[in-house]
Design a protein around this ligand. Sequence first.
Ligand SMILES: *[C@@H]1O[C@H](CO)[C@@H](O)[C@H](O)[C@H]1NC(C)=O
Ligand SMILES: *[C@@H]1O[C@H](CO)[C@@H](O)[C@H](O)[C@H]1NC(C)=O
Ligand SMILES: *[C@@H]1O[C@H](CO)[C@@H](O)[C@H](O)[C@H]1NC(C)=O
Ligand SMILES: *[C@@H]1O[C@H](CO)[C@@H](O)[C@H](O)[C@H]1NC(C)=O
Length: 391
Amino acid sequence: MVGSNSLRTTIIFFLLMNLLPPSFSTSSSTIRTTDATSTTGATHRHRFSKVYAFGDSFTDTGNTHSITGPYSFGHVSNPPYGTTFFHRSTNRYSDGRLVVDFLATDLSLPFLPPYLDRSSNFSHGVNFAVAGSTAIQHEFFAKNNVTMDITPQSLMTQLIWFEKYLEGKGCRGNGPRRCRAEMENALFWVGEIGANDYAYSFTSSLSPNLIRELAVNNVFNFLQALLKTGAKYIVVQGLPLTGCLPLSMVLAPPDDRDGIGCAASVNNQSYTHNLLLQNKLRDLRRRYPNAVISYADYFSAHLAVMKNPTTLGFTEPFKACCGAGGGSFNFDLFATCGSPNVSRACSNPTKFVNWDGVHLTEAMYKVVSDMFLHRGYCKPSFEVLLSNKSH
Ligand SMILES: *[C@@H]1O[C@H](CO)[C@@H](O)[C@H](O)[C@H]1NC(C)=O
Ligand SMILES: *[C@@H]1O[C@H](CO)[C@@H](O)[C@H](O)[C@H]1NC(C)=O
Ligand SMILES: *[C@@H]1O[C@H](CO)[C@@H](O)[C@H](O)[C@H]1NC(C)=O
Ligand SMILES: *[C@@H]1O[C@H](CO)[C@@H](O)[C@H](O)[C@H]1NC(C)=O
């Protein structure tokens, strides 16, 4: 079903449109949390006063629209993005809040402002995540003819941004003592990263095995760089069930299904990726015994929801809430959420796991963040991480 070149091109195009940086737009830094005590149960108030986040569109709170580039046509600035909580687009790829937003609320901090928004107040942290980001450097994709005309930001770009940020505070390299202390007291939140690497190389001759090796190695090197600056509390998310996204369900052959009805080959790819990532985290824990490096098991959290959606409040585990009504998944590659023909979402996004065919709903992000922060889906658990932190 994906034999024709033109369809394959469109598929890639879709991923770029939806996962990649468009043009400049308004700041989301002025948004403050208003319900610090009411959302995900018990909160971990003021346990960290600073959070640094990294990742892709699952974690980006606005960097995507702070970038000008050749592909400045993304739909994320259009309705119905942001319809649920903010009541306007904040350049988040969801109807509302992301996991990193629920994290901020849990810690009684304001939402993390995007790094590229220069008007932001970074006194409680910075979000370096940018939609479309890859774990592997851009040059690699360029060399292998899989970039088309784009300038994707990688995890390395985010590290460079982070180092610039430190430099601006006089904290580059072996900075003053206060810098080290600040790093040691901050929480580093590394959102899922790597899904785009597989997506971009989908039509190339690059093997998933190679992508996995390179992507996980880059995450390893990135984490090591953070640890060298003094990072002591790090949460690293694995990949979710990428095979359950409507995009994957539509692209994979109908007989490519696993026990929960999702694209088996794609879920397997994420599963195998996560195994290697966890091996690398074990290695880092040995090298940095004073740091707490927690693995946020997105795969298991997502799986728990897909196995038991209704008990968690979801009646639509597979369908996208915002789509043009195509097929069983309310998903049409040629008319995606926010495009002129798709300006409305389902009336009850809280019942949907999936928002736009690729990204998840606020309701799902809320459930997942609760699992990470309160229900032991971080390993070691978030509670254990917090209990290690001396004030
Ligand atoms: C930034 O926020 C901090 C803490 O909320 C506040 O003390 C500080 O005055 C703010 N800085 C600016 C320039 O607004
Ligand atoms: C990329 O494309 C160029 C021009 O078509 C070709 O010469 C080169 O061999 C390609 N490289 C790879 C790695 O496929
Ligand atoms: C998953 O993929 C690996 C190779 O990456 C393969 O060896 C294994 O058999 C696959 N497992 C399933 C359940 O498909
Ligand atoms: C979108 O709407 C326009 C005009 O209403 C129509 O011509 C076009 O075919 C529609 N595209 C899709 C993919 O439905």
